[in-house]
Design a protein around this ligand. Structure first.
Ligand SMILES: NC(=O)c1ccc[n+]([C@@H]2O[C@H](COP(=O)([O-])OP(=O)(O)OC[C@H]3O[C@@H](n4cnc5c(N)ncnc54)[C@H](O)[C@@H]3O)[C@@H](O)[C@H]2O)c1
Length: 356
């Protein structure tokens, strides 16, 4: 029987959650049972397009005993109270990254899920990118030798903080919004946690020209427990004329090899009069049509959300949460990533090396 899922927060990224569960209903795996959305206009749009019940108060949705699982797709700083309430209601939970913006908050969420015996998964979807998976397999097999150093960049165009997230960008930063993806990816690929962090940040463009008080860019050097040193360059001030909404890359160098991935430019580009030059990361999301002519989406941006539904379905069919360990980004992974995020911001403010 299909698992029943409720989504909290149907904003820009919430749409991917709605689509994931809608298309899994075609296969009988999951059902988009309900949505909770506080924005009146958005709530009406969801009702009209997805035809499911929309609650204004997520507590009312959580009270529905038929709902097996919920996903939390609200602004970062609102993940915690919703997750704690969902755990108390006995729902399995997928939380968008970052799990929370405080270490204590993450600990409370992990503990609440453990106590309630529910799955807590974090949507670190970079782990589901086939290019990143290939890199992880070869690094884990030791084929690159001991990883010594590496570098990552993830950058958004300026409309992300100044238009898309204008309301809550001051509560976020390039480190939280973008860095957390790659803090998790590097931990997962090299199987090591962060030890010390030195970061420097830049403020001015968003604050002075857009009235949004947040970091423009943060550059962090992270030393991991296994000795690898990886630098993370994050920003969200690329010009609007840049060829994609996001730019991202990763390279790792070991004693026996180097692995490089352009995680944005996959070799597909276009130039259309109204759009100008564009590059396409079709690994992230691509529209397709199923055999019945229905629109469906493929790519790691949707498959990481679907993975949660498959996990919940497995649990409903008798699998233990413990038996799934290591196969998905867990609450514990979310906690470790937030430790990095907090230390990055502490270091950027103080100018000191921060130990985790
Ligand atoms: N995995 C990714 O690549 C990715 C990409 C973008 C955003 N995100 C994450 O997804 C989350 C949402 O980001 P977004 O870009 O969709 O933001 P958004 O501002 O577009 O959407 C958030 C939605 O949550 C709703 N909301 C706020 N409080 C609520 C509450 N108490 N109950 C119900 N609804 C509530 C808002 O009305 C809004 O519609 C963030 O945590 C963000 O970091 C992840």
């Amino acid at each position: 029987m299909a698992i029943k899922v409720g989504v909290v927060g149907a904003g820009i990224f919430g749409v991917n959650h709605l689509n994931a569960f809608k298309q899994l209903s075609y296969l009988g795996v999951a059902e988009l049972a309900a949505v909770s959305e506080i924005n009146e206009e958005r709530a009406k749009w969801v009702e009209a397009v997805y035809g499911c019940k929309v609650y204004r108060d997520y507590n009312e949705m959580l009270a529905d005993a038929n709902i097996d699982a919920v996903t939390v797709v609200t602004p970062d700083h609102l993940h915690k109270p919703i997750t704690l309430a969902a755990a108390a209601a006995g729902k399995h939970i997928l939380v968008e990254k970052p799990l929370d913006v405080t270490v204590e908050g993450c600990r409370a969420m992990v503990e609440a899920a453990r106590k309630a015996g529910v799955l807590l998964q974090v949507d670190f979807h970079k782990r589901y990118d086939p290019e990143h998976m290939a890199m992880e397999r070869r690094v884990s097999a030791g084929e690159l030798g001991k990883i010594l150093y590496g570098s990552v960049c993830m950058e958004d165009r300026i409309e992300v903080p100044s238009e898309w997230l204008a309301r809550w960008a001051p509560s976020s930063s390039p480190g939280w919004f973008l860095g957390t993806h790659f803090y998790d990816l590097v931990r997962w690929v090299i199987k090591s946690d962060a030890k010390t962090i030195f970061a420097r940040g830049h403020k001015g463009l968003l604050r002075d020209e857009y009235g949004i008080d947040t970091w423009d860019a943060i550059n962090a050097t992270v030393e991991f427990e296994n000795g690898a040193v990886v630098s993370f360059d994050t920003s969200w001030i690329l010009p609007k004329s840049f060829e994609a909404i996001v730019n991202q890359e990763i390279r790792l160098v070991g004693t026996k090899g180097v692995w490089e991935i352009d995680s944005q430019y996959r070799g597909s580009r276009s130039c259309i009069v109204e759009e100008g030059m564009r590059t396409w990361n079709n690994n992230f999301m691509r529209e397709s049509i199923d055999k019945q002519g229905r629109t469906i989406y493929k790519g790691y941006g949707i498959e990481s959300i679907e993975d949660f539904a498959y996990n919940v379905a497995a649990i409903k069919n008798g699998a233990s949460i413990e038996s799934l360990a290591g196969t998905y980004p867990s609450g514990e992974d979310g906690l470790q990533v937030t430790k990095i995020g907090v230390a990055v911001h502490q270091s950027a403010v103080s100018g000191n090396v921060v130990e985790i």
